[in-house]
Design a protein around this ligand. Structure first.
Ligand SMILES: [Fe+2]
Length: 183
């Protein structure tokens, strides 16, 4: 279940309260059931996946992509798989752990593990949102954010793309005050 943590240490786990906190930023957070396909569950439980296995996972979840394609014009999707065995994992993560924006939205459906998105609220306070399997997030273009993994260092997420190059990180230079990710 998603949770949001404030700089004060206060934590909220109620999805509608979380959605309300993020509403001024126009961030969408939805629960999308993973279903009960045993083959999908087995693939998601594996630490790593071959390219063929990744494609199998994507196809099994393509009804969500189809909706996004029809309603929002998304063109492509892939599956990102990160775990402690991923080569250069820590270097890779340093691209995204500073406050940045993208020209396109950052749209993710978490299917295994956890991810932590940080945001700057309108009052300039900073929060971290931990999202878990079955949760979909859409961070609109231009929204200041950062992204880290939890200590478990494991995530599988479907990424949906409107274009091909719109989500290179653009660093805004704002200082990240929040303490490193959820323990
Ligand atoms: Fe990002």
């Amino acid at each position: 279940m998603a949770k949001i943590k404030f700089e004060t240490g206060e934590t909220i786990t109620d999805l509608s309260a979380i959605a309300q906190t993020l509403a001024p930023l126009h961030i969408q957070l939805n629960h999308w059931p993973l279903g009960d396909d045993p083959e999908l569950a087995q693939l998601l439980a594996q630490e790593s996946l071959t390219d063929d296995e990744k494609e199998t996972v994507l196809v099994k979840l393509d009804h969500y992509f189809q909706q996004l394609r029809e309603t929002e014009g998304y063109q492509n999707r892939d599956l990102i798989v990160l775990n402690p065995q991923t080569p250069n994992l820590e270097t890779l993560l340093t691209k995204f752990d500073k406050i940045h924006t993208h020209a396109d939205g950052e749209v993710r459906y978490i299917v295994d593990g956890e991810g932590v998105f940080g945001f700057v609220l309108p009052d300039e306070s900073q929060v971290e949102l931990t999202i878990e399997p079955g949760e979909y997030i859409n961070v609109p273009n231009g929204t200041e954010h950062w992204f880290v993994l939890t200590e478990r260092r494991r995530i599988k997420a479907v990424r949906y793309f409107a274009g091909t190059d719109g989500w290179v990180p653009e660093y805004t230079g704002r200082e990240l005050r929040f303490q490193p990710a959820a323990k």
